[in-house]
Every structure is written in C-alpha cells, then in structure tokens.
Design a protein. Structure first.
Length: 362
C-alpha cells in the first residue's frame, strides 16, 4: 500500500467521521424554521459602525468574573458574578463586600421599596435577600412549569409586583445558544405578587425572554426577545391593559438586558451583532441542527463587538454606541444610566465599565 493511498484513505475516513458527527450526533435541539427580516446595515444609517464605546473606563472591582447585572447605590456598585456571589464594590474598586452566595448564577438585580434585594438567578429562580443577609427563594415555577433560565427582574414603584423573565423552560444557563438556534418560543414574561406570593404568566412563546424593565408610570413592561431581535411590550394600564405589541423590531444585534432611566430613555445592551450564518440558515432546521453539533467543538459564530442602544419612549433610536476594535469591552449585557454616567456590565468580562452620559448622547 503506497504512502499516497494511505494518506487519502485517512482523509476519507476523517471526512466520513466529521459528516457522521454533524449528521448523527444526538442533540436536544429541535430547530423551528422561521424567516428573519434582513439585518439592518452597520455600514450606514442609524446603526452605523462607530467607536464611541472605545472611551469606556474601568470601574469597580477588578479580577471578577461576569459582572452581568448591576445597581448603583450610595456610590457603590452591586453585581452578580459567575461563581454565584453577589458583591458590593466601591467605584474605585478598593472596597469589596460579599452580600451573599446564591449557589447559582445571579443575572438580574432589583431593589424593592422595602429594602429587599431581589435576584433573578438563572439556576435558583427568583430570590430575595434581606438586610440581615437571609436569602429566600420567592418562586421557582409558574403554571406548573419550573423556570429553566430565570434572567432579569424589575419591580414596580408600589412594590406590589416583580416582573421577570424565564428565558427558556427547556434550556438552562449556559445553553443560550442552543435555545436561540432552536427558536421554539419557550420563553416567558412573569409577574410575582409580593402580597399573595402568586406567580402568573403574562406572556409565553417568547424567543429567549431576556432583559425586563418597566416604562413611564409603570404603564407597561418591556421584555427583550433575544432570539427574534426585538423588544415586546405588555400593557399594564390604560385602554390597552392586558394586551401586547412590539416596541421595536428587527434590531441589528441580540438584545440582552435593558433598563429605563425613569424619565425619558431606555438603554438596550446588544450581546453581539446578528450572525449572517444564523440568519441565512433560519429557514433550514436541518442545517441549524448541524450548526448546534458543530458548536460543541467550535466557537459560537458571534462577533466580539461592544454594542448598546438608547431608545426614546416611542422606541426610536436616539443613541448608537459601538466599538469593534481589539480589546473592546464586550459582550455588553447590561447598560444602566445613573446621574451623569452610563454603567456597563458584562456576562464574560472581568470588570465593569462606564462612559460619560454626554459622550453617549452627543
């Protein structure tokens, strides 16, 4: 047997092995065909590429892992980390205190008017932490369906309700890529009643329900649908109460968390720009299943770009913040406006960051 023959023989076996892996490896993912609108341009228009986020500065504790959620209170930042800790850190990072360890993955934070810190934990459900450090599980299921991926939380001004998201009832934390590629709509927008302890479902069939925030006068609640590149709105009062519509559609990236400044602006963190590969294969479930298999050994098809948007109460884009340069602060998964600053959190970075508000709005 010649050397050339043996080489081609092994190449053929390798090709067959790869093909078998992509075609036959068992996977829980059952992709659903859909047709996204063409992605908006990043070359021109309202989402044109820029480097406005290149000027962000490091803030708070350094050397931490995944400061996703954040609250600014008394000149200190509160955030949840990959290892389950919730910490408070001074802005200069010199002082850090561990408030609790959930034993899960704290992703969303909100302060109740009575002082409770409410935590959306991807693994443990909706939790509360009191001033004495007591951690309590408030709710872990709705309508008999356990939460698979508790993601974000917002509390109304009266302290009556907490609005929160279950990103996916089928795929847990760390399986966001699989849930988004499947596109089966198993995300939910939920409401917890602090008085009765009851949890109700406001919206279901959402495409990876992610960030949650309340609008002006608590008239409506917004929820990011990461897998559909849109923000949905559920009306809480007025003639539209109990109905839902789209706040903004066909975003240029994957919306993660969002927040309202309490007056006139929403801020949306975009995890990354949309993937041309995923959009092109959206209508082809068989191909997307092969992509899921490939993702078990190859990097996810996600561009490393810092990306955030500002929206007015009508859903119009009023700020487009980006940075695609090497070493950028990404992925940005949380944006919050406090005073004269925008603060940024990230699911994967080792610190938090901020940018002067005037630099974001000019």
């Amino acid at each position: 047997m010649s050397r050339s023959f043996r080489f081609h023989h092994w190449v053929l076996l390798l090709i067959l092995a790869v093909a078998a892996f992509l075609l036959l490896m068992p996977t829980k993912v059952r992709p659903v065909a859909w047709t996204p609108a063409p992605a908006p341009s990043l070359d021109s228009g309202v989402y044109a590429d820029n480097q406005r986020l290149k000027a962000v500065e490091r803030v708070g504790a350094a050397g931490i892992e995944g400061p996703e959620a954040l609250l600014l209170e008394n000149d200190a930042l509160i955030t949840g980390l990959h290892d389950g800790r919730v910490i408070r850190t001074s802005l200069d990072g010199k002082t850090t205190k561990v408030l609790t360890d959930t034993g899960g993955r704290p992703l969303g934070l909100a302060r109740h008017p009575n002082g409770l810190l409410v935590i959306a934990d991807a693994i443990k459900g909706l939790l509360s932490l009191d001033a004495q450090g007591r951690l309590v599980a408030m709710t872990t299921a709705a309508d008999g369906v356990p939460f698979g991926f508790t993601d974000d939380v917002a509390i109304d001004k009266s302290g009556h309700y907490a609005y929160f998201s279950d990103a996916s009832s089928r795929f847990g934390y760390g399986k966001d890529g699989e849930a988004i590629i499947e596109h089966a709509g198993d995300g939910r927008l939920l409401r917890y009643d602090f008085q009765s302890g009851k949890t109700s479902v406001l919206l279901d069939k959402l495409e990876f329900a992610n960030g949650v925030t309340l609008g002006p006068d608590d008239a409506y609640v917004l929820v990011n649908e990461t897998g559909a590149y849109r923000i949905s709105r559920y009306w809480l009062s007025g003639p539209k109460a109990g109905t839902h519509d789209l706040f903004i559609d066909n975003l240029p990236g994957l919306p993660d968390n969002l927040a309202f400044n309490g007056h006139d602006r929403f801020w949306v963190a975009l995890y990354a720009p949309r993937s041309a590969l995923l959009d092109a294969t959206a209508a082809h479930p068989f191909v997307r299943k092969m992509i899921v298999r490939a993702m078990t050994v190859l990097p996810k098809p996600v561009e490393k770009r810092a990306f955030a948007l500002g929206l007015d109460p009508e859903g119009k884009v009023i700020a487009n913040l980006q940075d695609a340069s090497n070493g950028n602060y990404s992925p940005i998964t949380t944006v919050r406006e406090y005073g004269d600053w925008l603060y940024f959190g990230s699911l994967k970075a080792d610190h938090m960051a901020r940018l002067p508000l005037k630099a974001a709005l000019h």
